[in-house]
Design a protein around this ligand. Structure first.
Ligand SMILES: [Cu+2]
Length: 337
């Protein structure tokens, strides 16, 4: 199934030119100047009018560096002393993210998202030998249905249900000092390997010229993947405030909270004593972050919008020993038809 997802998304993108309607973009907000902000990185924070399309492409990077135990930084030597032969030093994830949204009816908006990812991890063993591993391919594909609840009179509230399809592989391997085609640890895999459901509820309102909102969501996984494990369930909360600062320039700040539970089951091809990241006891965390996002629609782009986000963790408490999350950023373009 994996190889058909991108053509499907491109097909969706190509077909959008048939819909040249010029509806207002944000179904929820009124057209008052200064208050049509909705954070670009929060899925389900906005919906679309019937037959209105939005397509977007973004390039993003996520960085992790160094080790934490609980919420303390620790050294590689401490990880070796805890019994591991190899410690991760640095990890970079590059993502090409594609999404399409369509207003199906006055009530429901459909969204499809997928990504192409490149992961690179640098490691060092207890003899001081450094090496790196790489993984590359499609991530999971997410299909969402947003209900704006307008027909019930709840104009500030909306719900979203997302189904994640396991298009990202969970059997990435790479040549390492331990051997050829070694199964890479959990964080280097490209997907969950399971069908996951994420319900979410979102509240938005406009106070004077400020748009504020909040969203609560949870991700559940119902079975083990082909490698006999499942990622932990997730519980998240987001709250944001932003506005249109000058004409066609929206920006705001989002607070993110994410609790991810530990992995259950395990991939027998990973050796939990070898690398910190292959031990499922070192999975699951609480993390808070702040994200700044900007959406700018310069006249020269004929209605297309430049979108960018920058996110920095402000608190993280991990189970066992894990890499520390650093900054995350993305830049892209989106257009509504
Ligand atoms: Cu949209």
């Amino acid at each position: 199934m994996k190889q058909y997802i991108l053509p499907a998304v491109i097909g969706l993108t190509a077909s959008t030119s048939a819909f040249a309607n010029d509806h207002a973009h944000h179904n929820h907000s009124n057209s008052t100047y200064g208050a049509n902000y909705s954070p670009v990185q929060v899925m389900g924070a906005h919906s679309h009018n019937k037959d209105e399309w939005m397509v977007s492409y973004s390039y993003g990077q996520m960085h992790m560096e160094g080790l934490q135990q609980g919420n303390d930084r620790i050294s590689n030597a401490q990880a070796f002393a805890a019994g591991y032969a190899i410690a991760p030093v640095k990890m970079t994830t590059e993502m090409h993210m594609f999404s399409a949204m369509k207003g199906l009816t006055d009530d429901f908006t459909f969204m499809a998202m997928t990504s192409y990812q490149k992961k690179d991890m640098k490691l060092v063993n207890n003899a001081g030998v450094a090496f790196s591993t790489k993984a590359e391919g499609f991530g999971d594909t997410k299909l969402s249905l947003i209900d704006n609840l307008n027909r019930y009179g709840y104009t500030n509230w909306s719900t979203m249900v997302t189904l994640s399809l396991p298009t990202g592989s969970t059997d990435q391997e790479y040549n390492t000092p331990m051997g050829a085609n070694t199964r890479l640890p959990y964080p280097m895999q490209l997907g969950s390997g399971t069908y996951d459901i994420t319900p979410a509820v979102t509240y938005e309102c406009t106070c004077r010229d400020l748009s504020i909102g909040a969203q609560a969501f949870a991700t559940f996984r119902f079975n083990d993947n082909e490698e006999d494990y499942r990622l932990g369930s997730e519980y998240g909360f987001k709250a944001w405030a932003g506005k249109e600062w000058v004409k066609n320039l929206n920006a705001g700040l989002t607070f993110n909270w994410l609790t991810q539970n530990s992995i259950s089951g395990s991939d027998d091809l990973m050796n939990p004593n070898m690398v910190v990241t292959a031990d499922k006891r070192n999975t699951g965390f609480d993390r808070a972050s702040l994200a700044l996002d900007v959406a700018y629609k310069p006249a020269v782009l004929r209605g297309a919008e430049i979108i960018s986000t920058y996110e920095e963790p402000i608190y993280q408490d991990v189970n066992g020993i894990q890499m520390e999350s650093n900054r995350m950023f993305s830049i892209g373009v989106r257009k509504t038809f």
